[in-house]
Design a binder for this molecule. Structure first.
Ligand code: MN
Length: 576
């Protein structure tokens, strides 16, 4: 039943009330395209309804933009709809404030960019607190992507980039392949319009030809399965998405005839034994291509995708890919974690508990374990809602710089911890901090989603008091090193040397110190402390630079490089 029909059927229900409330709140607003703004929350709610979400989530979908864009407050929503829906709306509102700028930090490597995106994905989960908030955000983003054409080009690019780097991978990790695929395809069309157009044109004819072929052999496949008493629930065709096709073409010299899974025939059966029986029947009829049989039922993909895949030389000697799976596996791959709602609603939780796989990123594994927990809790509806809580980041918070760089810190972290994570200089020179635009004390406890701006004063040194409240080793080590350097108690501070003190005699010139410090940074080390004094006559200066290593090979390498810097006269070192 459509959402609108459900609303008509129960005019006093929560969905009808949320519909009326949101429609009224947005009445004066228009979208960039000129249509009534309410079309957007309505479309978002319809997507959530398609994903089989519960009433609270669909209602929150209808209400998701009221707090940010109209005169309505969160208290109004709470008063009208209760704590649960208000909580969901608030979560989506908070996520809406986050802006991802892929190019926010200049001069960093691809790895750093990926690290930043990964932190951002974690932050989305941490800020959401409840998985249903993520679903609403994904539905919201889906509709915004489908209507992205109405926005100015610069905004299109920013939103497309955020979608391709944050939301599409997140949907994928949550097992929502269809959602992820569609988001990625639309983003691809805005980020690389020429490539998108090319692949679309190139694939068009080939798609049509292969589809016609698959249609023509479908009756044969059906008859064959019936003969073996297998009655598939559905047989359909699955076309490869443009974005993933493009990536694959890059690996195959852009030759589309080399892509064999352009369209696959998908067979949905009832039980796991039927999946294997179907595979057997197909292999008996047509010879499989060696190396192309994938048993993702016995060995699921790391993201828990399950299915049997095989490629055979089909009728008329043409290559055909088959994907065979049960309805439960299919729903899981369409809706991901959201499928759990479906199963809860229909009370048919099967034996879906997942498989443990090594080698995943740790948070992905946590996510996976957590999904397993959700599957277990499904049998107990009261505990089920509890299980939707995102709690595996409860020991971490995610704070963001004004430029959009995300830092992942332990709970209780302060602006000083944050500053030292940006750079040791930023930490050393910190004199104040603004959190979400408001001045706070330096021992202020940060929360996830906080935007933190550090106020610096050149040449300032850290205070010993900071050691009483900092939460990270990075901050503590830097502060101690600076304090030791200040006290002049550097020598003999410990029995075992922990760092290397360079003595560098230089001919003083502008920019020299910067060159030395960037050389050390390039060798992936930080300067722990630095001290300079002019020698007699002022012609030469004597620099003392400490870095945290005792590795002689590394030290020798740095000395060699130091000696190549113009103006450096003499370099010696001591382990302290
Ligand atoms: Mn929205």
């Amino acid at each position: 039943m459509s959402l609108q029909a459900m609303i008509r059927q129960n005019p006093t229900g929560v969905l009808a009330r949320a519909y009326a409330f949101a429609e009224k709140a947005h009445r004066q607003q228009k979208r960039k395209s000129g249509e009534p703004y309410f079309n957007h929350p309505l479309a978002t709610a319809e997507i959530l309804h398609e994903w089989h979400m519960d009433d609270a989530t669909v209602a929150a979908g209808l209400l998701h933009d009221t707090v940010e864009d109209t005169g309505i407050t969160l208290d109004d929503v709470r008063h009208e709809f209760g704590d649960e829906i208000a909580f969901l709306v608030d979560g989506v509102t908070k996520l809406g404030r986050m802006k991802y700028r892929g190019d926010g930090v200049r001069g960093k490597t691809q790895n750093a960019a990926e690290g930043r995106a990964e932190s951002m994905r974690k932050m989305v989960l941490a800020l959401s607190q409840d998985l249903r908030v993520v679903f609403i955000k994904l539905a919201d983003r889906m509709h915004n992507m489908r209507t992205l054409g109405a926005l100015p080009p610069a905004k299109q690019k920013r939103i497309a980039l955020e979608t391709s780097e944050i939301y599409a991978p997140l949907a994928y990790r949550l097992g929502m392949y269809n959602v992820s695929g569609e988001l990625e395809d639309i983003a691809f069309s805005y980020l690389s319009p020429k490539e998108y157009e090319w692949v679309r044109k190139t694939a068009e004819e080939e798609y049509a030809a292969r589809l016609a072929y698959l249609e023509s052999i479908k009756p044969e496949v059906e008859a064959l399965l019936h003969k073996h008493n297998i009655n598939p629930t559905t047989i359909d065709f699955r076309a490869k998405r443009y974005a993933s096709l493009y990536r694959k073409l890059l690996r195959h010299a852009m030759d589309i005839t080399k892509i064999h899974d352009l369209i696959a025939m998908r067979i949905i059966v009832t039980t796991v034994p039927e999946c294997y029986a179907t595979l057997g029947v197909i292999h008996e009829a047509w010879p499989p291509v060696p190396g192309r049989i994938k048993d993702y039922i016995a060995l699921p993909k790391p993201n828990s995708y399950r299915s049997l895949h095989t490629t055979v030389i089909g009728p008329a000697e043409k290559i055909v890919e088959f994907q065979i799976r049960t309805k439960a596996m299919h729903d899981e791959s369409e809706y991901g974690v959201a499928a759990h709602w479906l199963y809860k609603v229909h009370k048919q939780a099967g034996n879906l508990t997942g498989e443990k796989l090594a080698g995943e990123l740790s948070w992905v594994r946590q996510l996976r374990d957590w999904q397993d927990r959700i599957f277990e809790k499904e049998k107990d509806p009261e505990k089920f809602l509890e299980a939707m809580k995102i709690d595996f980041f409860r020991h971490r918070i995610f704070a963001i710089t004004p430029r959009g760089e995300v830092f992942d810190l332990p709970t209780g972290a302060t602006p000083i911890d944050f500053a030292y994570h940006i750079h040791s200089d930023v930490g050393n020179e910190a004199t104040g901090a603004r959190v979400n635009g408001t001045l706070v004390p330096l021992d202020h406890e940060l929360a996830s989603g906080d935007m933190v701006e550090i106020i610096r004063q050149k040449g300032k040194r850290p205070s010993e008091d900071w050691l009483k409240f900092v939460k990270t080793a990075v901050a503590r080590d830097h502060i101690r090193a600076m304090l030791r350097a200040k006290d002049g108690a550097l020598l003999g501070a410990s029995r075992h040397p922990s760092r290397c003190a360079f003595k560098i005699v230089v001919e003083n010139r502008i920019g020299l110190i910067k060159e030395i410090s960037s050389l050390i940074a390039r060798n992936h080390m930080n300067i722990m402390s630095y001290h300079a004094e002019l020698t007699q006559g002022g012609k030469h200066s004597f620099e003392r630079v400490d870095i945290p290593t005792t590795d002689i090979a590394k030290i020798q390498k740095i000395i060699m490089k130091l000696k190549h810097i113009k103006g450096v006269k003499e370099v010696s070192y001591k382990l302290v």
